[in-house]
Design a protein. Sequence first.
Length: 373
Amino acid sequence: MKLNTIYFDNNATTRVDDEVVEAMLPFFTENYGNASSKLHAFGWQAEAAVDKAKEQVASLINCEPGELIFTSGATESINLAIKGICEAYKTKGDHIITVTTEHKAVLDVCAHLEKQGASVTYLNVDKEGVVDIEELQNAITDKTILICVMAANNETGVLQDIEKIGQICSQRKIIFFTDATQYVGKMRCDVIEQSIHCMAFSAHKFHGPKGVGALYIRRKDPRVNVLAQMHGGSHQTNLRSGTLNVAGIVGMAKACEIAQRDYWQMNEHISKIKNHFEHQLLDIEGLSINGTTRNRLYNTSNIKFPQQLNLKELLNQFAFSSGSACTSFEASPSHVLKGMGLNDEEVKNSYRFSFSKHNTLEEINAFLKKVTK
């Protein structure tokens, strides 16, 4: 059944591109071999598809294909990265630095590691959602082994200065990990230029399939060591056991190829409709944008309305969010907006709108007409 609702929740997930579906289909019905089957043509075809996919994904972020591990998504990648790095470097230290507005996948892993004896520093952000670089530098100790700062916030779209943070980490011989779930596929990403040592991302955030993601782990300058968190075979250089999701991996690779090919066209279109959306709404007295307007994802608007919207009426026609899709079932206010200094009433009146290349000005105007009433 096709829904008639207009979709403005693309930071939660995106529609899978037709080209992606077309690329995946043969790996369900024709080339359905296991990539670990080494003795016959079905396995060889699957392995070759995975190798090609690694090259396509690597091209998008400028890394070596061998520096990629395929996972079930960003949450698994985050767990493997943070837990695996902390275990690998425990003789060097046990101190992690992260940020209060990180995704729960990062914060919950850090909380788990604290229970295991790790020391975690949680940096605050300013009212625009930005980390103070000087405060980050001052938090570093001789026991610091890992700094985790997300590239783009999932609720506000605020971009952190990951290149500067990466440079600091490189100078201090600390591993820099970034959750780039909302960043990869939308923004230009170069792990070498941006001094990223380890990075998690997920296909379904940029028009790929759900259930597949990747973890970039740098091999030199510095070489990052990660210990496996799931055991049961020697898959993917012993770092992530389990039969590979070949169809999903092929779909992710195609989505990477499209994101790279259509970057400027996509950026221009989405920026245009988002700017129109915000400029029209800002005529409403008492309405404001949560997060910096200078360094923010071009597709994300977190809007604080002067009063709570009539959700019962609006959600019959439009899909948008009050926060992260991963925590929207919780009754507690958004930890991201609270971390930026908003009170409970302001958080309750704030909503996230995230757009994609499939949205149109006509859809934006339909919402504006409805909400300004």
